[in-house]
Design a protein around this ligand. Structure first.
Ligand SMILES: C[S@@+](CC[C@H](N)C(=O)[O-])C[C@H]1O[C@@H](n2cnc3c(N)ncnc32)[C@H](O)[C@@H]1O
Length: 458
């Protein structure tokens, strides 16, 4: 009767890379369950057997049971929803298959082991399958212990073989799949490790990012190990060729790679980020960069009758939406997409509203947006905040022209802008959507560096 499940990371196939802890765990297992994935992966089955032969003492008896892996549809052709559903169905089918096999074990077979390629924490479903099994038995009153033993993963071995750290000093590492790479990729992500890439997705990035350094590795930890390194556009053909030859030889290819932006695009602010900014104040209103903790101001400025009247959709924010919006502000600032500030009542420190400058297409242009919570309306806070932020935009952020607009009927908004020095430049017909599906005209204002007069500055 089963008592314990051990999920054991066995590295990339070389017994020398199995940790001491994993080796010790291997010698406690009565039955190893391994997924039988058919002919194509027979090299992997052999590598796994070699690990057991090398590390389990001869006097320890164990069995290896192959559990036929349920069939999985073609991932590449599915959209994300179909892909997620497909993977979930496949996991459920695996749980059923393992439960059946474990149910048929002999009485003395109490410790079951799962051998996991690399580390169980990286793109491997074994922990989820074991959780589901343990939960299923728990529901029937059977307690089964389980533990997870770490192994050396493909990204670690890739870095070791290329003799590099995976991250630059204090910078993040983004680990993703080939399926997601092209949608997600941006050099500001920093170092990006790609796994599960059947089609060498980085090829699609070579024109846009030719200088990005590619560190590629296949069959890592095996005698057939392959390594290629160099600027993406320069080494791509070589990787394609080496990969195709290897696939021909083995019938399958397992590769992992790192994309490292060239120095200068080090995944930090980049030239377009807004500069770091201290709070700006005129003694009555203070504006400072919006932070995650300001989410209630984001919510309260929006969730009131007056704001919702002018909103495009007329729908209040949930607390989660306000939290997410506030939490994104720092990243938007860093990327130079939007400088979002919170307005604070200088006397009490209470949050009074929000004001933002979003970069528009042509260089030097910013689109201003603002909103004040009901308790602070009618006190001139918007005008004061607009002056502070305009001065910052021209003097610190290097913008040349600020624009803003409001629905033609929203007269109060326009007055605040005019008092801050903005000039109405025209009426844009049926530009802004209303919750009922109609569209309102927009009155459009601008303030330029040249028309930002000393009087409005102070
Ligand atoms: C299902 S994931 C398993 C990852 C594994 N748990 C780990 O820790 O590396 C399979 C992916 O791991 C990477 N991989 C596994 N073995 C590899 C090897 N020997 N060389 C290079 N990449 C490998 C490939 O990106 C492959 O698509």
């Amino acid at each position: 009767m089963i008592e314990r499940i051990r999920v054991i990371g066995i590295g990339m196939g070389d017994p020398l890379q199995v940790t001491g802890e994993a080796a010790r765990a291997l010698a406690t297992v009565d039955v190893f369950l391994v997924a039988d994935k058919g002919e194509a992966a027979s090299d992997l089955v052999a590598a796994r057997q070699a690990v057991c032969d090398a590390l389990i003492p001869a006097e320890h008896a164990y069995r290896v049971l192959e559990v036929p892996d349920p069939r999985r549809g073609p991932d590449g052709e599915r959209d994300d929803t179909a892909y997620d559903r497909g993977v979930r169905d496949w996991h459920a089918a695996r749980v059923d298959a393992y439960a059946d096999v474990i149910g048929g074990l002999d009485d003395g077979e109490r410790t079951v082991g799962f051998l996991v390629w690399g580390d169980p924490a990286f793109y491997d479903s074994t922990i989820r399958v074991v959780d589901a099994l343990v939960e299923r038995w728990g529901a029937r009153g059977l307690t089964v212990e389980h533990d997870v033993i770490a192994g050396i993963s493909a990204p670690q071995l890739l870095a070791a073989r290329h003799r590099i750290p995976l991250n630059r000093i204090g910078a993040p590492i983004h680990i993703t799949t080939g399926r997601r790479l092209v949608d997600e990729y941006d050099p500001t992500l920093g170092d990006v490790v790609v796994m599960l890439d059947g089609h060498l997705a980085c090829a699609e990035l070579a024109d846009a990012f030719p200088e990005v350094e590619l560190y590629w590795g296949a069959y890592l930890g095996t005698p057939d190990e392959l390594l290629v390194r160099g600027p993406l556009a320069q080494v791509l053909d070589e990787v394609r060729r080496v990969r195709a030859e290897a696939r021909e030889r083995h019938g399958w290819v397992m590769d992992t790679y790192l994309l490292r932006p060239s120095p200068g695009t080090l995944g930090d602010t980049g030239p377009s980020g807004f500069p770091d900014t201290e709070p700006l104040t005129d003694g009555v209103v203070t504006v400072r960069p919006l932070e995650a903790g300001d989410w209630q101001v984001v919510r309260d400025e929006h969730n009131n009758e007056e704001s919702l009247r002018w909103d495009f959709f007329g729908r209040p924010h949930t607390d989660d939406e306000a939290r997410t919006s506030a939490a994104r502000a720092r990243r938007e600032w860093r990327l130079g997409r939007a400088a979002r500030f919170v307005m604070v009542d200088a006397a009490t420190g209470l949050g009074a509203g929000v004001i933002s400058v979003r970069r528009l297409g042509p260089p030097g242009l910013g689109l201003v947006g603002y909103g004040v919570v009901p308790e602070f309306r009618g006190r001139g806070f918007t005008t004061r905040a607009l002056r502070l932020v305009s001065r910052w935009a021209f003097d610190v952020a290097g913008l040349d022209r600020l624009e803003l607009g409001h629905k033609a009927e929203n007269v109060a908004s326009g007055k605040a802008a005019a008092r801050a020095g903005f000039t109405a430049e025209g009426l844009l017909r049926e530009r802004l959507p209303n919750p009922d599906g109609s569209r309102s005209d927009e009155v459009y204002y601008a303030l330029t560096r040249g028309t930002f007069s000393p009087e409005t500055r102070d």
